[in-house]
Design a protein around this ligand. Sequence first.
Ligand code: PHE
Length: 357
Amino acid sequence: MDDLRDKYIQLIADAGSEAALEELRVAAVGKKGEISLQMRSLGKMTPEERQVMGPKLNALKDEINSALAARKASLADAALEERLRGEWLDVTLPARHRRQGTIHPISQVSEEVAAIFGEMGFSVAEGPQIDSDWYNFDALNIPSHHPARAEMDTFYMNRLEGDTRPPHVLRTHTSPVQIRSMEKHGAPIRIIAPGRVYRADYDQTHTPMFHQVEGLAIDKDISMAQLKWTLEEFLRAFFEVEEVELRFRASHFPFTEPSAEVDIRCSWEGGQLKVGEGDDWLEILGSGMVHPKVLEAGGIDPNEWQGFAFGIGIDRIAMLKYGIPDLRAFFDSDLRWLRHYGFAALDQPNLHGGLSR
Ligand code: PHE
């Protein structure tokens, strides 16, 4: 019995896997195992022999079983130990610039715009992308027969059957946020409102979804001169140049009077879009003095207050600043494009540290 014991204890200690242990278990204490066969022979013994051998065999069986269990546990510990060594990870290390994910140029530019206007004392406002006909049009002095409605290539939402109210729209511009902000905060006010807007249009410089940032400043003595200064200041800071060449063109918007559109000098040579040189102009924003009817719609007394508003195409200024020639590529989700034009996630744009590094 001692030989049997020594043999199995040694074999169990040497077993290198769970499978090997299982084989040993079967060979020793399985139905036809060596120890089980010995136990079966108890029946042929005299009662005296049996009284001695029975407890001994039972003790041996217990000893083998616990040796098997102990070896099994230590094999599992070793396997876990091995895995932990292989998967070792120090979560306290600083993040590495692996560039697996990047910040989309639109997000980057929106942050840059907010940083610049933030320095000028503007806060960020938001409004819904699906808005009522009233906020998107009427309140902005665009009544239902107005040609501006057709020009905007508006996307209309479906109405429930029998609903005769004007359908909601995918907002065609960020200007409805002017009204919502006036209603909410009254005057004086200084906000920008970046976000998505929608128009049924598609070519190299137009996509059905694009981005604008609205600006609104209302106070007692705001003038067109301050509008011009604000826009020039913003564009110089944004493009990170001493001078930008701008063209203020007299224009018309129902919600501003007078109105001006602003173009910026650029070139498209060899498929490369560059700002500040060349013979081309790219329209990047609309602006003007807020129409008295719009102030009224926002609950502000036009006899007491006046102000300016502007709407800048975020995608356009992103294309110009980062030399991206085709707007459509912004929304293709092409990983090679995103890696090329994307920004490192941990660089927050600010005026002191640099807007874009
Ligand atoms: N909402 C205008 C557009 O989308 C831009 C604009 C905003 C013009 C504010 C003037 C004042 O074209």
